[in-house]
Design a protein around this ligand. Structure first.
Ligand code: FAD
Ligand code: FES
Length: 260
């Protein structure tokens, strides 16, 4: 799939509760993307005056294409996302993408495990395989959960865990995964979220003989395989570039104990 580099018009940039926001961008000639691919977004709006601080774009999952707009769900965590949150309708944000390799096809049941901002990488995958998908979402508390209504509207099986018990089960999303894998046969796990959550998902999947694919969220500088800033250690030696070789990897390919 070819990638675009375009200054896209902001259609909407709305507060979704907590630190979460939904950015809707008009991207003419968007070529489409595979579930799990991402875009690099300028850290804030583009204007006639170049801003060099911060300089580097920020990676964001393609959440979905909806009502003619490319949607990104993001959490304001630092300077780049705070500047992005200031973008108003009609202003422009630079988009480069779609980038990276997405989730592979699978057979049997799909267990999608999303934690925190990692949830955004899974919506398109759930939409692709509604019948076979069981989505497990986890967050610290209800206000941190992204996209809950969208997943519910897909009609997929949906289970939620929050660490403070404000919605769904109380505890970690990986406990839901463990429970599902106790009875599931021929399931594939697809996980995205904080590294410890993905590592735990990989270990639980391995214990139950299930395949597991993870979408790594290493910080990125270029997004196109040039800067080497996103390197992830491989289990069989050397490093993979998360932006170019991933962000999706078979969990067995990752040397988890050496992950940043
Ligand atoms: C492939 C990919 C897809 C992503 N998709 C999404 C998405 O859909 N929605 C979303 O909200 N976020 C997503 N992220 C994470 C997002 O890119 C970072 O949160 C963002 O770059 C932070 O930028 P900032 O300038 O606001 O924060 P910074 O000022 O750069 O950092 C603020 C704090 O966050 C930490 N941080 C920065 N980047 C990351 C990261 N990648 N993982 C963990 N901690 C980080 C820093 O160490 C620092 O403590 C994705 C990352 C990758 C690699
Ligand atoms: S982000 Fe530059 S090589 Fe991956």
């Amino acid at each position: 799939m070819t990638s675009l580099r375009v200054d896209a018009e902001v259609a909407e940039n709305r507060d979704e509760g907590g630190a979460n926001r939904r950015l809707r961008l008009r991207v003419p000639d968007w070529p489409g993307s595979a579930p799990g691919q991402f875009v690099m977004l300028s850290p804030g709006v583009r204007s006639s005056v170049e801003r060099f601080d911060p300089l580097l774009p920020r990676p964001m999952a393609v959440y979905r294409v909806h009502d003619g707009c490319l949607e990104v769900l993001y959490k304001v965590t630092g300077r780049g996302t705070a500047l992005l949150a200031d973008a108003r309708s009609g202003e422009r944000v630079r988009v480069v993408g779609p980038l990276g390799k997405g989730f592979p096809e699978s057979v049997g049941k799909c267990l999608l495990v999303g934690g925190g901002t990692g949830i955004a990488s899974l919506y398109d995958l759930a939409a692709r395989d509604r019948e076979r998908s069981h989505v497990l979402l986890g967050a610290r508390s209800q206000r941190d959960l992204m996209g809950q209504e969208d997943f519910a509207a897909l009609g997929v099986a949906l289970s939620i865990a929050t660490e403070d018990g404000s919605t769904g089960s109380s505890g970690l999303v990986t406990a839901l995964l463990e429970r599902e894998l106790e009875t599931a046969t021929n399931a594939t796990v697809f996980a995205c979220g904080p590294t410890p959550m993905m590592r735990a998902s990989a270990e639980i999947a391995a214990k139950h003989g299930a395949r597991c694919f993870v979408s790594l969220e290493n910080p990125m500088a270029c997004g196109i395989g040039v800067c080497q800033g996103c390197a992830a250690p491989r289990a069989n030696g050397g490093y993979a570039l998360v932006c170019r070789d991933g962000p999706v990897f078979d969990a067995n390919e990752v040397l988890w104990e050496a992950m940043p």
